[in-house]
Design a protein around this ligand. Structure first.
Ligand code: SAM
Ligand code: DTB
Ligand code: SF4
Length: 317
């Protein structure tokens, strides 16, 4: 869908939009009462060379996040086991890097980690920054299911948020991921000072990707103290619901993940997002460095809404 088409969908009367999104969701997701639970782990925290204005892990801002070394495989594996025991079916590992290069010791260590974690039968997602064809092929061979690389906002707004790499750099990595056959997890953040139009321009880029992204994380900015965006106001809940609904309509088969920022949403607000077609969340008390709702609270919310965690793929059980 192009920008004009997305705008026409987005600007419908609120309940018409919700109804269209719900119908689209139910037509494409027979398991409509299932919520995918994903657990995040920061395998390399802080000290990043990039200047993404929202990020607590950039070395350029004093955020209180200390630079740590890349975790060893056994530590990561233990966390992955815990995630699976707690009901997650997707394990997402993040690293605060500009990117990775084949043949380096750190990349080899990541490949080792992936080989081990992929034995557990969960979907394995990594987000390591920029990469090329060789790195993507090696990650796929090691057992990565999906690579997360967000475009974050519209092409126009991107330079307001990041100066150390370009929107085109993001698209180049996305191309390499897609060429490797890994699934692409690609979405963005709301609350970066962008307009609703910027959000739809971001969505136009996402819907133009071929193949379409397998999953689309919609993050609400976690305004991290010390970052340039620490003072940003949260986005209006109805604007967020409209965006989720429009994403569901534009990308019917994608998992739409209500990602960072749920700590600032009410249960009722989240319920509207789920009704509009969000069918995945990050589960567990921590995102990468920021807080996430307590696991107990999330399970209570799912129960209240008669939703159930989606199961592991049948082969693994
Ligand atoms: N360094 C890699 C990169 O930038 O692609 C991977 C890790 S980075 C933390 C992954 C994504 O997390 C970012 O693209 C952004 O969408 C999201 N993110 C980071 N900080 C955030 C924040 N404070 N609030 C919401 N989302 C955030
Ligand atoms: C994504 O879109 N959101 C996740 C995941 N991909 C890597 C990260 C959210 C990070 C929130 C801020 C933090 O924890 O520092
Ligand atoms: Fe580094 Fe990724 Fe944070 Fe940007 S978003 S500063 S690239 S960790």
């Amino acid at each position: 869908m192009n920008f004009e088409q997305l705008e026409a969908v987005y600007r419908q009367p609120f309940f018409d939009l919700l109804q269209q999104a719900r119908a689209t969701y139910e037509a494409h997701w027979p398991e409509r009462d299932e919520m995918q639970l994903c657990t995040l782990l920061s395998i390399k925290t802080g000290g990043c060379s990039e200047d993404c204005g929202y990020c607590a892990q950039s070395a350029r801002y004093s955020t209180g996040v200390r630079a740590e070394r890349l975790m060893e495989a056994p530590e990561v594996l233990a966390a992955a086991h815990r995630a699976r025991e707690n009901g997650s079916t997707r394990f997402c590992m993040g690293a605060a890097w500009r990117g990775v290069r084949a043949g380096t010791a750190k990349f080899e260590q990541v490949l080792d980690i992936v080989r081990e974690v992929s034995q557990l039968g969960m979907e394995v997602c990594v987000t390591l920054g920029q990469l090329g064809g060789e790195e993507a092929a090696q990650l796929k061979a090691a057992g990565v299911t999906a690579y997360n690389h967000n475009i974050d906002t519209s092409p126009e707004h991107y330079p307001e948020i990041v100066s150390t790499h370009t929107f085109q750099d993001r698209l180049d990595t996305i191309r390499a991921v897609q060429a490797s056959g890994m699934a692409l997890c690609c979405g963005g953040i709301v609350g970066l000072g962008e307009t609703p139009g910027d959000r739809l321009k971001m969505l136009a880029v996402l819907t133009g990707l071929d193949p379409a992204p397998e999953s689309v994380p919609i993050n609400c900015l976690m305004a991290m103290p010390g970052t340039p965006l620490e003072g940003q106001e949260p986005v209006d809940i109805f604007d967020l619901v409209r965006l989720i609904a429009t994403t569901r309509i534009a990308l019917p088969r994608a998992r739409v993940r209500l990602s960072a920022g749920r700590t600032r949403l009410s249960p009722e607000g989240q319920a509207l997002c789920f009704f509009a077609g969000a069918n995945s969340v990050f589960y567990g008390d921590k995102l990468l460095t920021a807080a996430n709702p307590a696991a107990r609270a999330d399970l209570a919310l799912l129960r209240a809404l008669d939703l159930k965690p989606s199961g592991l793929p049948a082969a693994v059980g």
